[in-house]
Design a binder for this molecule. Structure first.
Ligand SMILES: Cc1cc2nc3c(=O)[nH]c(=O)nc-3n(C[C@H](O)[C@H](O)[C@H](O)COP(=O)(O)OP(=O)(O)OC[C@H]3O[C@@H](n4cnc5c(N)ncnc54)[C@H](O)[C@@H]3O)c2cc1C
Length: 439
């Protein structure tokens, strides 16, 4: 990795002001017209990426009266049109942050999703279906006066955020390909040549962030060892009133099932495989599938408990997606340079087993906007310090959750159930093969 210092100086000296003729400055309120903030200069915040983090930050910035633009390369992907993107579990702390950012939006999210933290949540044995451990999500939330953990369909969540931000702030078909900065401003460059000027740029462009690559150079992502199938189905299982979110675990695979409200169940099936493996070609019985994910899932999970099998069988082939799961090592030092910083998966992509990546992105947004607010009060020259302060304040919490997510992935995948078979020994279920062992 090239040092921060050398990159920083390259970026700053690379600023070509002659190109500024084509700049579209972000519209922001005239600072003098802002009575609340007196003479303070309103910062112009540019955000690359309109996923969970980019949209929540855009909303926070808008609500505080900052000039803000969110550049999204493909809104149909954000909304999940023609596809779906699995359930998102929102923890109590992420929900509290959403409330602090926008009470009305938080209310819409609660209404569109469903509270799972007041039901049984936890880990169960994949083959027998028996509970292995249960998590108490309710007591800690009640104790601290926080909202209760809920899940929501990802596209519902993003739709609410998109509609709340509005299209004067969010621009579609706007892929960020580069940026330039000097000591006074940052300029974002889009794929079609458009340029925008602002005071800071936040790379919220996800796991494969262009902004991160421009800042720190190309870095290898780490394959988790798992591919992930996700599905959604209009199905209300008999246990709906008692169980919220359940992770069925087994050797080198697990299955996550969650109520997402409105008569829908969503699930993830993780299986240990080399990256970029493909599913077998579809059979004649399943129309419109070129590869047959459902068939593959039946092979992998067909010997698991009824709850898992019924969710797979109730899901249409075209409602099953698949992707390989990657994360990255945490960055040692700060995750920005000058007027540019990163947020969410762009800064700290983590494995999904704890359902915390999106929550961390939401928490990032709050810390970032708080630091910007403080800098504005101190004086506009403080904005770069604000970004470093945001990174510093988030690092410890995010690193802990990042490490715990990797650990959870290892733990879940190495689980092997032991089933007593008389006095001789135990039968160890290992994937689809069972064998006897003396202990
Ligand atoms: C299987 C699975 C299950 C998960 N479950 C949960 C869960 O239950 N709870 C939870 O909190 N988290 C969960 N996560 C993690 C969560 O999905 C991510 O952490 C979260 O989406 C990160 O948000 P983000 O805004 O940083 O990035 P993203 O949501 O990835 O958004 C990035 C956006 O930037 C856009 N973009 C990319 N490049 C550019 C560019 N150059 N210019 C402009 N736009 C660009 C993309 O189109 C995208 O819209 C899960 C992840 C996986 C894989």
């Amino acid at each position: 990795m090239v040092s921060l210092q050398s990159h920083s100086s390259i970026r700053i000296t690379a600023l070509d002001l002659r190109r500024s003729k084509t700049l579209c400055a972000v519209r922001c309120k005239d600072p003098s017209s802002n009575e609340e903030k007196g003479d303070e200069k309103k910062q112009r915040i540019l955000i690359a990426g309109g996923g969970i983090g980019g949209l929540v930050l855009g909303l926070a910035a808008k609500n505080r009266g900052y000039g803000v633009k969110v550049f999204e390369r493909d809104l149909s992907a954000v909304r999940g049109e023609g596809r779906h993107r699995g359930p998102i579990q929102l923890s109590s702390s992420a929900l509290a942050v959403l409330q602090a950012i926008d009470e009305n939006v938080a209310k819409q999210i609660v209404e569109a999703g469903c509270v799972t933290g007041d039901r049984i949540n936890g880990l169960a044995d994949g083959i027998s279906g028996e509970w292995f451990t249960k998590f108490d999500l309710l007591t800690p939330a009640l104790k601290r006066g926080l909202p209760i953990t809920q899940t929501i369909c990802r596209m519902e969540l993003q739709n609410i955020l998109v509609n709340s931000i509005g299209f004067d702030i969010l621009t579609n078909n706007s892929k960020v390909v580069d940026f330039m900065q000097d000591s006074h401003k940052v300029i974002v460059i889009l794929e079609d040549g458009r340029q925008y000027e602002g005071d800071i740029l936040v790379g919220a462009d996800g796991m494969w962030s262009e902004v991160r690559t421009k800042l720190f150079g190309q870095q290898e992502a780490k394959y988790s060892g798992y591919t992930c199938y996700s599905g959604i189905t209009n199905f209300v299982p008999p246990y709906i009133d008692t169980v919220g979110y359940r992770v069925f675990i087994g050797f080198k695979q697990c299955f996550v099932a969650s109520d997402v409200g409105n008569g829908k169940m969503q699930w993830y099936a993780f299986n240990n495989q080399p990256p970029m493996t493909t599913d077998p070609p579809g059979g004649m019985s399943l129309i419109l599938c070129t590869t047959c994910k459902k068939q593959r899932l039946v092979e992998l999970f067909g010997h698991w408990c009824g709850e898992v099998i019924s969710l797979i069988s109730k899901t249409r082939e075209d409602m099953i997606l698949r992707r390989d799961v990657y994360d990255r090592d945490m960055m040692d030092e700060c995750w920005g340079i000058g007027r540019v910083t990163l947020l969410g998966d762009a800064a700290h992509p983590m494995q999904p087993n704890l359902g915390q990546g999106g929550c961390m992105a939401i928490e990032d947004c709050y810390q970032l906007i708080v630091e910007v607010d403080k800098a504005v009060k101190r004086g506009s020259d403080e904005i770069v310090t604000a970004l470093r302060s945001y990174e510093k304040k988030r690092r410890f919490r995010v690193s802990t959750v990042h490490a715990a997510s990797r650990m959870a992935s290892k733990m879940l995948g190495s689980y092997q159930p032991y089933i007593q078979v008389g006095s001789v020994g135990v039968k160890r279920e290992r994937g689809r093969q069972a064998f006897l062992t003396n202990v």
